[in-house]
Design a protein around this ligand. Structure first.
Ligand code: BMA
Length: 941
């Protein structure tokens, strides 16, 4: 073990994995049989198309003008025939004699979706059956000098799933047999190891794709191949960290030579700074009769030599490179990874009742604030698009989130995703890819899953951002709640334990002894072991995590929300921006509350009815004879209702951070709402739509996840409590909370009440006062007890001793807004100037000045065709003037902004000013038809 002080030359070769490997990405040729396409009468056609790797059949066929834009109109259904086809991808490539000198040549597929036969120059070299695996095939015997032909023949995943289901059915059915009809989906996805949501979900369409969705690489191997390098980083004691490096080697057995051992020198170096490193090495003799060999190297790192990795909001995200070199007589192999130093514990310690459930990072209890991540695209090959992932993760960070849950119906995300999570301090709750279903436990299925666990844990465990592995999404809940008619049949409980406990839990704990493992979400955490993981209600508020959804009760009613230890899913739907919807509609008629489009895009059974009901608790839904205007107003109300409901719900969880109620519930330490992102233009629970636009919810998240909030709790009996919640790790003294009461008719407050000399304790929620709301309102000038709640609105603000605001201004709506006499506000906007570069990018920021003559509610700004976002949005104006910044995310001009910016306030939708002008929507539809729709040439024939 050495701690060096040296000047390090950054040698680029340190970064390369396989020196002379050939990347086989890029152009391939595809072949698909189009017989099953309804619009083709004759059935004789194999057609060729230009394919791309990484890619997939749906995106390829669209790019080749063979099908229309997949996300347009009803094309999820129109293009479904593709999912029933076999597809061939092939590529010619050249190798020279030098390349062939290597003792062995392997072909690595980093992601194949899903059932494929791989052949090289006409000889089968392997088969695949799991989209989440990396496959390494031996190509040595069939590769030749000059041109080679690589062929990947895919079977339809839809058909394989059906075959497997039919096979399984002979024994017993593993449900659900299919998704609800509203999804327009495909059946039996639980029988195959493919992105479960690719057969449809309640927020997404079915695109049962095939394709080579990650890189392909041809690697010459002389004697050894470094498959992976992992680290287990432990805090040994106050003064030291230990890094256990594991090098996963694959040996090559030469037919020509009688080689039985290889001597190698293995070294790992942790680069602390340009001049400082820690290293250790080993001389190892590898026995080549073993195909796979693991070598360990231990590094001891002085604690004061490295800085800690912290979640967003708690400190910086220090990361270090670690290089491993394996040197043999014939080769020098390198592999570089990046690591961070932090401890993570899932604290499940006895409380008065039940167990706590929270993450402690570097010894600090962290309230997990964030959301659930679904794949960034329904086409898996697009799920690692850098601009999309960067935008989503930066938006996460900006909204003060510190955790994302990678939900179990999607994919294990790309390296890029976890690298950015490491850099932004976003802790990752990593589900394994099992969701909302029972799963088979045949030997072949379990074997397949075992490989999947091995590969993905090894691939991902170096990322400091990952703080938890979790076995499945809602499968225990489905079993307990008899969602799929499994009743009391013992077989499903046995299968459940076999898969998630005996296999997943055991394997993951072996592979990653440092991180916590949770069997299911929602679940009762460590308590589950006492009843062998099934049979008790997994939604208990006294243990583990809870998912909470209620589409019947008013989302603004804070009393409905559970006092749970940790809420890992909760949400309400809204519609995305009308500009986003405009990229998918066929005609202006689709912009109608009852249009086929609106019905087609809503997958949640009764979803449109629920949304209308929830909105109508708080707002009158305007109706006119202009259906586009009505639809635009409805979208706006759906976003307000979602944003406020989620604010109130999230604040309820944050308020419960430090207290338990009379039955022991509370001490809530996590709020991850459902869902961050979208995969198509449809109503969903997301806070960011498919075009990357922030819905009103995302702007609100930035406030309700702020490090310090001031928030209210209105009980059924009308008692109002005010809480201050702080995630800061320091005390703040001499703070003042101010409650201003406004009569709806006036922009000047009636009276203000101050609560002074408040000490805000670190990392705590404090109830600072409670009183009867109606009486308080009367005292502060809101008329009599009868009418007070209807007449006024209350603002809450919190300042420190210097008078600066330390929390976002918050609001109390004493009664439903529909019952209040909302003032008509005349708001005007001026774009004052712009400056370069913007605060968040190299693109310009624009300063907007808004003026109002009255209280203006839910002021909502939108820009049709410039990507970007506002410093605030969906806000109330209690001041006559307000400055807002528009941060452009692309090159633009002030003229373009002027012509495409729009805003609306709540009173507008009930008064003369329209929310939306038809011309701009129609223009967008026109653009779609020419640009997005991409009329199918074959179909026209
Ligand atoms: C939860 C999730 C998803 C679903 C969401 C909304 O159950 O796990 O399966 O999309 O609710 O219904």
């Amino acid at each position: 073990m050495k701690l060096f002080i040296v000047t390090l030359l950054w040698i680029s070769s340190l970064i390369s994995v396989h020196c002379q490997s050939i990347i086989l990405n890029g152009s391939w040729r595809g072949t698909i049989n189009i017989c099953h396409k309804k619009s083709f009468p004759e059935c004789n056609n194999d057609i060729n198309f230009n394919a791309t790797v990484p890619g997939g059949v749906y995106t390829d066929l669209y790019r080749n003008n063979i099908i229309e834009n997949n996300l347009f109109g009803r094309n999820d259904v129109n293009n479904r025939w593709i999912g029933n086809q076999s597809v061939v991808y092939d590529k010619n490539f050249n190798v020279n004699s030098d390349f062939l000198k290597a003792r062995k040549i392997v072909l690595i597929f980093y992601g194949i979706d899903t059932f494929a036969n791989i052949s090289l120059n006409g000889h089968t070299i392997g088969q695949t059956s799991n989209m989440f695996l990396r496959y390494i095939f031996d190509a040595t015997d069939y590769i030749k000098e000059g041109q080679n032909l690589l062929q990947v023949t895919f079977r339809s995943a839809v058909k394989v799933a059906e075959d497997l289901y039919n096979e399984q059915k002979k024994n017993y059915i593993v449900p659900p047999v299919c998704v609800p009809t509203e999804y327009n989906g495909q059946c039996h996805v639980n029988h195959i190891r493919k992105m479960q949501a690719s057969f449809s979900w309640d927020w997404g369409p079915a695109f049962p794709s095939v394709g080579i969705w990650r890189d392909v690489e041809l690697v010459p191997v002389n004697d050894l191949l470094i498959n992976d390098v992992t680290t287990d980083i432990r805090r040994e004691d106050r003064r030291t960290w230990n890094i256990l490096v594991t090098i996963f080697l694959e040996t090559t057995q030469s037919k020509k030579e009688n080689l039985t051992t290889i001597s190698c020198h293995v070294a790992s170096i942790l680069h602390i700074s340009q001049s400082e490193l820690v290293s250790n090495s080993n001389e190892v003799v590898v026995d080549t009769s073993e195909k796979y060999i693991n070598i360990n190297i231990s590094l001891t790192v002085p604690a004061d030599a490295v800085k800690l990795w912290w979640p967003n909001g708690y400190g910086k995200q220090h990361l270090y490179h670690l290089t491993t070199t394996v040197t043999t007589a014939n080769s020098v192999l390198h592999k570089q990874i990046r690591v961070g130093f932090r401890t993570v514990e899932l604290m499940e310690v006895p409380l008065e009742k039940g167990l706590s459930f929270y993450f402690r990072v570097n010894g600090v209890p962290i309230f997990a604030k964030g959301s659930n991540f679904i794949p960034a695209s329904v086409f898996p090959e697009l799920s690692a698009k850098e601009d999309t992932i960067r935008h989503l993760l930066l938006s996460t960070k900006e909204a003060h989130m510190n955790m994302l849950r990678i939900w179990g119906g999607g994919v294990y995300e790309s390296k890029l995703f976890y690298d950015l999570a490491d850099e932004y301090g976003i802790m990752i709750w990593q589900d394994f890819m099992f969701a909302c279903a029972m799963y088979p436990t045949s030997d072949s299925f379990l074997k397949n899953v075992k490989h999947e666990i091995l590969h993905n844990v090894i691939r991902l465990k170096n990322h400091p951002s990952i703080v938890l592995w979790a076995g499945n999404n809602e499968n225990e809940a489905a079993l307990y709640g008899n969602w799929y008619g499994t009743g009391s049949a013992q077989i499903y409980r046995e299968d459940y334990v076999k898969l998630y406990v005996n296999l997943l839990k055991r394997e993951v704990e072996k592979l990653d002894p440092v991180r916590p493992f949770l069997v299911s979400s929602p679940g009762n955490g460590a308590y589950e072991e006492t009843y062998n993981y099934t049979g008790a209600n997994p939604y208990s508020n006294l243990y583990g995590d809870v998912h909470y959804y209620n589409y019947i009760r008013n989302g603004w009613d804070i009393t409905q929300y559970p006092r749970t230890r940790f809420c890992s899913e909760y949400g309400f739907q809204s519609w995305p921006s009308i500009y986003t919807i405009a990229t998918a509609v066929e005609t202006a008629k689709d912009f109608h509350m009852d249009s086929d489009f609106v019905k087609h895009r809503q997958h949640l059974p009764f979803g449109n009815q629920y949304m209308r009901l929830l909105i109508s608790y708080n707002f009158v839904i305007p109706q006119s004879n202009d259906s586009i205007r009505d639809f635009a107003n409805y979208i706006y109300l759906s976003q307000i209702n979602q944003a406020v409901s989620m604010r109130i719900q999230t604040e309820s969880y944050r308020q419960a951070k430090s207290e338990v109620n009379s039955i022991g519930e509370g001490m809530t330490m996590g709020a991850l709402y459902w869902q961050l992102n979208d995969v198509w233009q449809a109503p969903s629970w997301s806070s960011i739509d498919i075009e990357g636009r922030w819905k009103m919810l995302h702007y609100y998240a930035k406030d309700f996840f702020a490090p310090i909030i001031v928030t209210s709790h209105l009980s059924i009996s009308n008692d109002l409590s005010i809480y201050i919640v702080s995630d800061r790790l320091y005390t703040l003294t001499n703070c003042t909370m101010e409650m201003r009461v406004y009569n709806w008719s006036s922009i000047t407050p009636t009276l203000t009440k101050f609560f002074g000399d408040i000490t805000i304790e670190p990392n705590k929620a404090m109830r600072i006062t409670s009183f009867w709301l109606s009486e308080f309102l009367v005292q502060l000038g809101c008329g009599n007890l009868e009418t007070a709640k209807k007449s006024c609105i209350v603002t809450l603000s919190l300042t420190d001793k210097s008078g600066s605001l330390i929390a976002p201004v918050n609001y109390i709506y004493p009664d439903a807004i529909k019952n209040a006499d909302i003032p008509v506000a005349n708001v005007t906007m001026k774009i004052e100037n712009y400056f370069l570069p913007g605060k968040f990018s190299n693109y310009p920021d624009f300063k907007l000045m808004l003026s109002t003559d009255n209280i203006a509610l839910f002021v909502w700004l939108e820009v049709a065709n410039i990507r970007g976002r506002f410093s605030e949005n969906g806000f109330h104006m209690f001041e006559r003037k307000k400055e807002i910044i528009f941060h452009a995310h692309e090159e633009t001009t002030i003229e373009l902004l002027r012509s495409s910016i729009k805003f609306v306030t709540l009173s507008d939708i009930y008064n003369t000013r329209g929310n939306f002008d038809d011309a701009s929507v129609l223009e967008k539809i026109y653009i779609n038809q020419s640009k997005y729709r991409n009329v199918n040439k074959l179909q026209i024939r």
